[in-house]
Design a protein around this ligand. Sequence first.
Ligand code: SF4
Ligand code: SF4
Length: 67
Amino acid sequence: MPKVTIREERCKACGLCIHYCPKGVLGPSEKFNAKGYHPTEVKHPEKCIGCTICAQVCPDQVFEVYR
Ligand code: SF4
Ligand code: SF4
């Protein structure tokens, strides 16, 4: 089962990962991180297929994808 982890303190909430994830796994958190952004969180972990697109589009190395 693929798994994606998020270092949310690095996230700038640019939204690229949410836009490009083909499975709708990701979405904005309701809480704030230390930078004052709503970081991305994993909303639907069971839908992740481990494609690594999120890790490739993120400019801030927020993701680690385990396959
Ligand atoms: S690995 Fe692929 S399916 Fe999983 S969260 Fe990232 S973009 Fe979405
Ligand atoms: S692409 Fe990276 S910085 Fe942008 S919202 Fe997603 S996790 Fe945050």
